[in-house]
Structure formats: structure tokens, C-alpha cells
Design a protein around this ligand. Structure first.
Ligand code: GDG
Length: 497
């Protein structure tokens, strides 16, 4: 279908609405609240646009179609649902996406299940998304595909005759060649990615890993340029490759954190846990987040720094996710066993509880109240594309607070001059970092937090959207204001200020 304006067509695995049945059994859609949605909304309403994605259920029918149409009307942009059969959801989403790409790209290859059926279904489902793209957009539109579920959409769409420009952003890390090589379908997947016109990664490390894989696997690929933006030519097609660190709506987070509701809730938390420093961890239940390692590090702090007993408490929020899958259920058991063990060993009856464990998803106000109440955040994923919780903490906390951050989170690249960087596998190193954050002077904490806030404020989610779209239209980005530290490599842990 041809249109007369160059609209933005966003493609992601899930639509930005959650569809659920109401009390009367009718489907209703509720708009999600993520940063990506709020950043893309102005562009979608200004240029006009479509969001293509799976509605999150393998049921179909008139009532669901009606709910999608109503959601479109409410949102101000069109929604196009891609219907998936239950078996497709199993093999494409749970299988290829979450049992292969998710663990492999987070360097956890031993958790991968390389079932050939998963790959076949992945291609089939990517073809379905490509068909939806083709029927929705014209040659002048720009198509922006998101994340690891949809790496083959451009290849499939171009094979069907699509001439529009297509960009892709990978929200998770891209692994080093040693790890990527384990993928049985490493070559066709890389070739498919190169069909995009623009390929965006979170960090220079991810971009460099990708380019190294291309050089190793595709002999005749030509790589031009240096610095953050390079061009890969292969088979008569040129793909631009760059890194664009995603961020948050900094001002919106600051505003909400200052609201009377959030302040009151934060005061309540502090009143419940008085006379100690509060350390906060907030993670979705996932094996990449390093929650057991973190609890072991906290236990190690209490062991090796007994003077901190009764002076610190860890608030660990775990947001439920995929507990029907054995690995996730086992992880939950492991976390709860460690929490029980630490509390059983160190707790003072009627008094101090070392670990406050919250297994629940939170309202935005409650989440921000934890950010505001905590004296330090302990964010130690084993690997993470970016980690927005780290940036949100910087926007919402008081100024004299500290961030202890895994050097394997994408956010470490930008926050390295303010955060205390740690190797999450190094239990004693993380324990020492907790002690260091505890003993840091007020001045040092403020200076570090100000540095991090500037980095998050100056390169927020709107900068991210704008820069990606500028790159997509071929703008010369060499003079672009890239974040400080974004080009410099490698990360130098704990640079003194
Ligand atoms: C991918 C990449 C990359 C969490 N719990 C609650 C809640 N949250 C919100 C946080 C934050 C978001 O969810 C989680 O942010 P992550 O950065 O961990 O991202 P994911 O969406 O899981 O994953 C990641 C990201 O994409 C963006 O590119 O950073 O590396 O894996 O915004 O605030 N929000 C509320 N209640 C909760 O309980 N309201």
C-alpha cells in the first residue's frame, strides 16, 4: 500500500499495548508505560505511523481485532497485530529467542538449546512480520525494527520486494566472535542482519563484536570507516553500523521522583528501616541479572566487614518473570534460599533484618520511592545490553548517593566516571565495593552522582531516538555530539575523580 508521507513504521515483538480480558470476558488494551513508547510517541504522532507487533496472545478473532482497533484510536497511531499460532510462540519466542539468542548473547552458551525446529520457526515468524510490514508501508516510509526476536525481518521483507529503508536496533549485547561462533546458524543470521540499512547497538563493544564476526565469517565483506560509525558492504548492499546508547526520559523521572506521593512513600521506607544505609537491587527474575552472586557478595560484606552489621540493609526487589520455566523457578528457589540463609545467620531478633526481599512488580511510584529512599544501588548483571534501572536510579536518587555497577552492563560505558564499577563474578570485589561506597565521603559521592546525572540528562531517550533517525537518513554523524566516554575503550574501572 503506498502512502504520500514518509511515516515511521515501528516493528517489535510485542505491541506497545497489553491485551487482557476484562470481567465480562472482552479483550481490552492498556498502553504500556516504557521509555521507548514515550520517546517514539511524538515522532509517531508527528510523522504518522504504525506499530507492528504480536498482541501477546495466540488467540485471535473479531473481539481481539476490535480491541486492537480501539487501542489504535486511543493511541493516535495505527497498530497492526501479527497473529501467531501457539506452536509458533513456543518455537520462535520461547525457543529461538529465549533459549538460544537470549542466553548466547549474554555469554551463557551452556544454557542454549540449539533445536533446528526453533530456527525454522524463527524464519517463518520473521517472514510473517515482514509480510505485515509490506502490507502496511510504502517505499518512502522508514521501518525501525527492534530487538533480537526480529533479526531477519529486513532480509525477508527485501526478498518480498520491499524498497523502503529499514533500520534495526539490538537492545541486548552482541557477543564476541568466540561465543557467536557456537550458533549453528551463525552465517545466515549475520547475512540477514546485513540486509538492514542501519544496524544500531548499545555500546562500542557490541558494535566491535559484530564487525569482528562479519570479518571472520563473511570473507568478501568490506568494512569502511572508523570510530563509532562504520559501513559494511556485502553483496551489493551497504549497511551502516553504529552504537547508540539507549536512555530514559530523564526529566520525567526527576519530576516524578520529586512528587509529594513519591517523597511520602520514600519517607515511609526510611522510617521502617532507620539508622542504616539502604542498598537497593531491582531486577526482573532472570539468570543474567546476577542476583545470587550479589546476595553472596552482600553476605561476604557482612562476614568480612562486621562493623557494617546493623548499619546496612539490602532491599532486593525481584520482579516475577517466566516462573513456569524450570530455570527461572530454580533461580527463584536459589535466591530465596540465600535470602533465608543470610537473614537466619545475621538477623537480630526483634531488630535488624539484613535482606528485605520483595518478590513483586511495583507501581511506578513505589519503584521511584525505593530509588529515592536508597543510599546506594547495587546493579550487578552478569551482562546487560544497557540497564535502564542504573540510569533511572541516577535521575531519581538524592545527590549524595552511590551507584555500584557491573562493568558488563552497557550503562557502565557512560557511567564509568561516577559509578563504582565491579566484576559481578568477583564476590569479594563486590563486597569491597559495598564497603567503599559506605565509607566514601559525602563530597565524593556528590561529585560522582553529578557526573552520572549529567551523562544521563544530556543523552536522554529523545537524544537516542533523534540520533538513530538522523543516522537512518544518512546524515554525517562524525561531528555529532556523542556521549563522553562513548568512543573511548576499554572501560577503566574506578577512575579516580
Ligand atoms: C532490554 C535489555 C536494555 C522494572 N521493574 C519494574 C519496572 N521496571 C522497569 C524499570 C526499567 C525497565 O523496567 C527495565 O529496564 P532494563 O534496562 O532492565 O530493560 P529490559 O526492558 O528488561 O531489557 C536492557 C533495555 O532493553 C533497553 O534497551 O537496557 O539491557 O535487556 O525501565 O523501571 N517498572 C515498574 N515496576 C516494576 O516492578 N513500574
Amino acid at each position: 500500500m503506498r502512502r504520500d508521507r514518509d511515516r515511521l513504521v515501528v516493528v517489535s515483538n510485542r505491541l506497545p499495548f497489553v491485551f487482557e480480558r476484562d470481567g465480562a470476558g472482552r479483550w481490552v488494551g492498556k498502553e504500556g508505560a516504557g521509555g521507548l513508547i514515550s520517546a517514539l510517541l511524538p515522532v509517531l504522532s508527528d510523522r504518522g505511523g504504525v506499530w507492528i507487533g504480536w498482541p501477546g496472545t495466540s488467540e485471535s478473532g473479531r473481539d481481539l481485532e476490535r480491541a486492537v482497533t480501539e487501542a489504535s484510536r486511543e493511541s493516535g497511531y495505527s497498530l497492526r497485530a501479527v497473529v501467531l499460532e501457539a506452536e509458533e510462540v513456543h518455537n520462535f519466542y520461547e525457543g529461538f529467542s529465549n533459549e538460544i539468542i537470549w542466553p548466547l548473547f549474554h555469554d551463557l552458551q551452556s544454557l542454549c538449546c540449539f533445536d533446528p525446529v526453533y530456527w525454522q520457526t524463527y524464519q517463518q515468524v520473521n517472514r510473517k512480520f515482514a509480510a505485515a510490514v509490506l502490507s502496511e508501508c510504502g517505499d518512502e516510509d522508514f521501518i525501525w525494527v527492534h530487538d533480537y526476536h526480529l533479526m531477519s525481518v529486513a532480509a525477508e521483507a527485501k526478498a518480498m520486494g520491499c524498497c523502503a529503508r529499514i533500520g534495526f536496533f539490538l537492545h541486548i549485547p552482541f557477543p564476541s566472535p568466540d561465543i557467536y561462533m557456537k550458533m549453528p546458524w551463525r552465517l545466515p543470521l549475520l547475512q540477514a542482519l546485513l540486509q538492514y540499512d542501519l544496524i544500531g547497538f548499545q555500546t562500542p563493544r557490541d558494535r566491535r563484536n559484530f564487525v569482528q564476526c562479519v570479518r571472520l565469517l563473511i570473507e568478501d565483506a568490506q568494512v569502511h570507516g572508523k570510530g563509532n560509525v562504520v559501513t559494511v558492504e556485502h553483496g551489493g548492499h551497504a549497511a551502516r553500523v553504529a552504537s547508540f546508547p539507549i536512555s530514559i526520559d530523564y526529566n520525567a523521572f526527576c519530576r516524578q521522583a520529586e512528587s509529594p506521593e513519591v517523597r511520602a512513600k520514600a519517607a515511609e521506607i526510611r522510617a521502617l528501616l532507620p539508622r542504616r544505609k539502604l542498598i537497593l537491587g531491582v531486577d526482573r527474575l532472570d539468570y543474567t541479572k546476577g542476583i545470587p552472586h550479589r546476595l553472596q557478595a552482600f553476605r561476604n560484606t557482612l562476614d568480612r566487614y562486621p562493623q557494617l552489621r546493623e548499619r546496612i540493609s539490602l532491599i532486593q526487589v525481584v520482579v516475577p518473570s517466566r516462573v513456569d520455566i524450570p530455570e527461572y523457578f530454580d533461580l527463584k528457589m536459589q535466591i530465596e534460599q540465600l535470602v533465608g540463609e543470610i537473614n537466619g545467620r545475621f538477623m537480630r531478633p526483634g531488630g535488624w533484618v539484613p535482606v528485605w526481599y520483595v518478590y513483586s512488580s511495583l507501581t511506578r511510584d513505589d519503584l521511584l520511592a525505593y530509588y529515592r529512599a536508597a543510599d546506594m544501588a547495587l546493579i550487578t548483571p552478569l551482562k546487560d545490553g544497557m540497564n535502564l534501572v542504573a540510569k533511572e536510579y541516577c535521575a531519581c536518587s538524592e545527590e549524595n548517593c552511590s551507584l555500584i555497577l557491573s562493568e558488563f552492563a552497557g550503562a557502565a560505558q557512560q557511567l564509568q566516571r561516577g559509578a563504582i564499577l565491579v566484576n559481578p563474578y568477583d564476590i569479594e570485589g563486590v563486597a569491597d565495593a559495598i564497603y567503599r561506597a559506605y565509607t566514601l565521603s559525602d563530597d565524593a559521592r556528590r561529585t560522582r552522582m553529578r557526573t552520572m546525572r549529567r551523562a544521563v540528562r544530556d543523552y536522554d531517550i529523545f537524544w537516542w531516538v533523534d540520533t538513530f533517525l538522523q543516522a537512518a537518513i544518512g546524515r554525517d554523524l562524525s561531528a555529532f555530539p556523542w556521549p563522553e566516554n562513548h568512543i573511548a575503550e576499554p572501560i577503566v574501572p574506578n577512575v579516580p575523580l
